[in-house]
Design a protein around this ligand. Structure first.
Ligand code: NAP
Length: 242
């Protein structure tokens, strides 16, 4: 492994994942950026990471595909020499009322938001166990905690991530691997571009939507060595869920 610590962040071309990549790069991490298809955004993120003086490389693959996750992770481990932090962040929405929800939209969301975390965690875990250290952060959501009309698929996936987080924390704590989840509220990214910020802010105690950097700061906090925190779900939502 090189001198720098290494972070793998899925869905890091844009939005929350990109902000996490930049924040960890500022803290001296080399970054493997995963993304689905937006080459332009991925290249821009890589340029911005390199400008911070760290190693950064983009990997285009579908996190909903187990074989693709395994292959990409093998490439990353060999290129970067190991991994200290995995952020399972890539996600999509396919909203609709449950009565009209088809299996395609159900499966796409479960595969991309939940199964991906199994595939990626599975692909790094032997390395982390061997090195007796590691940190996994799963990007859940407030709707995984409280549900949301029109998001049965997404809420189920995000709740599933919480169960995975708590179980992995119990299984892996003795190997010095910490596993936590973040439950963001409404964060201003492409995913939430149709929301009216002013209207939404009225319902948020801190009276503003979150920014990707709000989540990124929490990721950096959770990634710290020796932190006495595992199996937790950290709400970063301006006080929306208390
Ligand atoms: P975003 O702006 O839509 O960005 C999504 C990222 O995920 C992009 O980098 C995208 O890559 C990547 N991605 C999507 N599908 C993928 C796939 N199948 N394989 C690989 N990469 C894939 O989303 P965001 O708002 O930053 O959300 C990031 C995470 O936070 C998601 O898990 C989301 O559910 C969660 N979250 C967001 C909010 C919010 O308010 N924004 C709230 C709670 C939780 P391309 O650029 O190549 O498309």
């Amino acid at each position: 492994m090189g001198e720098n610590k290494v972070a793998i962040i899925t869905g890091a071309s844009r939005g929350i994942g990109r902000a996490c990549a930049l924040e960890l790069a500022k803290a001296g991490y080399d970054i493997a950026v995963s993304y689905a298809g937006n080459d332009e955004a991925a290249n821009k993120t890589i340029d911005d990471l390199k400008a911070l003086g760290v190693k950064a490389k983009a990997y285009k693959f579908n996190v909903a595909d187990k074989e693709a996750c395994t292959k990409a992770t093998e490439e990353i481990l060999s290129e970067f020499g190991g991994v200290d932090v995995l952020v399972n962040n890539a996600g999509i929405t396919r909203d609709g009322l449950f009565m009209r929800m088809n299996a395609e939209n159900w499966e796409a969301v479960i595969n991309t938001n939940l199964n991906s975390a199994f595939y990626m965690s599975n692909a790094v875990i032997k390395t982390m166990v061997k090195q007796r250290s590691g940190c996994i952060i799963n990007m859940s959501s407030i709707v995984g905690v409280m549900g949301n009309a029109g998001q049965a698929n997404y809420s189920a996936a995000k709740a599933g991530l919480i169960g995975l987080t708590k179980t992995l924390a119990k299984e892996l704590g003795s190997r010095n691997i910490r596993v936590n989840a973040i439950a963001p509220g409404f964060i201003q990214t492409d995913m939430t571009k149709d929301l009216d910020p002013e209207k939404m802010s009225e319902h948020i105690p801190l009276k503003r939507l979150g920014q990707p950097e709000d989540i990124a700061k929490t990721v950096k906090f959770l990634a710290q060595d020796g932190l006495y925190i595992t199996g937790q779900v950290i709400g970063v939502d301006g006080g929306l869920v208390v």
